[in-house]
Design a protein around this ligand. Structure first.
Ligand SMILES: [Zn+2]
Length: 237
């Protein structure tokens, strides 16, 4: 498996929010599971550390992070500061093609919600924010937005929300309308109030049960993939 695939699997498992915090990851075990060298695994773990999905402690290794609500407040505040700036910038600079792309996106969100397709709706809700960051065309803004949004996604998975997704569909539409109308002040206000509402929808879960380790989840994922590969010729026959 190449580094990009390993990174994709590990980041997805880490973002699923099922892991306890402060658990050291076994580089040896992960290298064995993926069938790659320890150096390769270490490289991927460092990248995940930069993305704040893991904590890298010098001379000790990589550890899972316990996302907590106190930290969450700071992250949401940072998102408001960054994303309201993004909204202001986009209201002034969006191209017609980008407006159309956003229109399609909010329509797809509404459609997923109408169908009751929670999984797609949740994925699209998060993507809305990634898409706005991408549309700024600024790699630094994109990187910062990616880090902050990823951190709040971990929180959302970890803590109960009053809805299936914390992002309100109508709130995204309000942001979109302000952006499409080039209404800078309105776009900033809509983004700020949306992110404040998202934050208030987070509810702590009474107790987080001891879950499986990352290594166990990786082993299950790889076994499932192998079973999937094996199933292809049978299904084709
Ligand atoms: Zn949202």
């Amino acid at each position: 498996m190449n580094e990009a695939e390993i990174h994709e699997i590990l980041s997805r498992l880490l973002l699923a929010g099922k892991l306890s915090g402060g658990v050291k990851l076994g580089e040896h075990r992960l290298a064995d599971l993926f069938g790659v060298s320890r150096e390769r695994i270490r490289k991927v773990l460092h990248r995940l550390g930069h993305e704040r999905l893991l904590e890298i402690v010098k001379n000790r290794g990589a550890f899972t992070i316990e996302p907590d609500l106190r930290e969450g407040r700071i992250v949401y505040e940072a998102r408001r500061i960054l994303e309201s700036g993004m909204a202001a910038h986009l209201a002034d600079n969006l191209t017609q093609a980008q407006v159309e792309r956003l229109q399609q996106h909010v329509d797809a969100e509404a459609e997923a919600l109408r169908r009751g397709d929670q999984a797609t709706w949740q994925a699209l809700s998060a993507e809305f924010h990634f898409l706005l960051a991408e549309m700024t065309g600024n790699p630094i803004v994109q990187r910062q937005a990616h880090e902050l949004i990823s951190r709040t996604l971990m929180l959302v998975k970890r803590y109960e929300t009053t809805a299936g997704s914390t992002c309100g569909c109508e709130e995204h539409r309000a942001i979109f309308r302000a952006l499409a109308g080039r209404e800078r002040g309105k776009a900033v206000k809509a983004m700020n109030s949306h992110l404040s509402l998202v934050e208030t929808r987070l509810r702590p879960i009474a107790c987080v049960a001891e879950g499986p380790s990352l290594e166990e989840l990786v082993a299950a994922e790889i076994a499932a993939r192998r079973a999937g590969d094996a199933a292809i010729p049978v299904a084709a026959a």
